[in-house]
Design a protein around this ligand. Sequence first.
Ligand code: NA7
Length: 537
Amino acid sequence: MASSANGQDFDAVIVGAGFAGMYMLHKLRQAGLSARVFEAGDGVGGTWYWNRYPGARCDVESLEYQYGFSDEIQKGWTWSERYSAQPEILRYQNYVADKLDLKRDIQFSTRVTSATYDEPNALWTITTDKGNTVHARFCIMATGCLSAARVPDFEGIDDFTGDWYHTGDWPHEGVDFTGKRVGVIGTGSSGVQSIPLIAAQAKHVTVFQRTANFTLPACNRPLDPAVAAASKQTLLEDRKHALTTAGGIICFEYNERLAEDFTEAEVEAEMKARWEAGGFAFLGAFGDVMLTKSANDKAADFARREMRKHIKKPEVVDLLLPNDHPIGVKRLCLDTDYLETFNAPHVELVNARATPVSRISADGIVCGDKEYKVDAIVFATGFDAMTGAILGVNITGRKGEKLKDKWAAGPRTYLGLGSAGFPNLFFITGPGSPSVLSNMIVSIEQHVDWITDCLSRLTKGNLRVIEVKPDAEDTWVAHVNELAATTLYPQANSWYMGANIPGKPQVFMPYPGGVGVYGEKLAEVANADYDGFALGA
Ligand code: NA7
């Protein structure tokens, strides 16, 4: 590796080789910039590399959950199901990586440990756990929003004599639960997807539920080949359309009419049609589901009624039906046989809200004074979302400021793309951008395209440095908070709010204004020569 006169090894270092890092690398190459990607896994994929638990599946439809930047790539790949399972998505990512010959610029099995800004040289010094030290003008965090898997620090876990797993760091060779008593802690998407498959194998399953979640029918099915073929003719145009929508998807539309503008019969019909279609369409039943409690109550009541139909064991009905938060304010789960699983005699549901898990014993899980004997534990306990992976790297900006300290009361960004005091550092789908409230791939492409244009602008103008202005950041942070306060989102202990991590500041992290509106803002900023950023030589 030859360094330039000022010690620069690459134009950019990209952290992470999931969907974001892969596309970022491709775009930088196209722009004539050199880049090195560091990736902790031994292959590409990010989320889909790590989350190999049984039943892992995307909850955005496969025809929309794919790259939309290349006609050749999309035409060369055919999805098999409405919602893709993890192995198929990972195969797709490898197909893209090979097609674009990305892997030669990715250093695998390498975790970035620190990134330090060297102000006099306007370079980032990046170090890794494999002993690398490289210098680059730009540091781009493509670290994903849900990639810092979190096992709660239960006392006694080291003494557990069985095997334990986290869904977000699942063994590549798979796990055979045949004949085992399995304890599953957590009932978010990962729990909801994995519990039916674990229960199909295990001798006995004990599920520890702290919060009952709303589950919507997935209605997954094999993709009709005619539908898949037709989508190839329109995908690139469809993607332009998706970029104008709130969620970055076009497979359903959000109704603009408010709940009160419907008759009772219309309300029922609208919700029924959307429920039966499966997936997140239900949440778009009326324009104010996420805005007013009365509208949300209608949707929540309907969902509970439908969910109840699947639950046959009287002793678990009330426990499985969510009633402590509005529908949609915690990430909704798509359900394939989840509720039915609790009808089986060998599946037990424990109310870990009433009696929290207090410790792990040598051979079980303890709640209060009751011990549940298990041979294996599955932690489906989620992630340090949105900030965990970014702050997992020791990032130091100008004047020795640590990003961890700057974000101590919650993440502060301008547009979710950068943070004042940290020049030439970009976050792809960072906190303050639509990210997890949208189709991630659409939001990733939106960010990567914007960052690439920005870097090209700097290069052409012989500018070396771009940095968020503090006032632009303050205004954006306030704007995101104000918008969030007009929604029902803050009314739940969700990972959107950082509430799943003890001690994490509770701030609503994603931008709730929608991909389309956000995209207009991004374009405005770029067109005004990066308004809100200071550009410098
Ligand atoms: P989630 O959605 O964060 O779910 C984690 C689950 O684990 C959730 O039910 C938590 O309950 C539960 N949890 C966490 N800590 C504990 C403790 N200490 N005791 C009991 N239960 C606990 O993560 P997932 O992996 O399921 O899904 C992440 C995203 O991936 C998902 O939203 C989709 O976007 C895809 P809580 O609700 O906090 O009470």
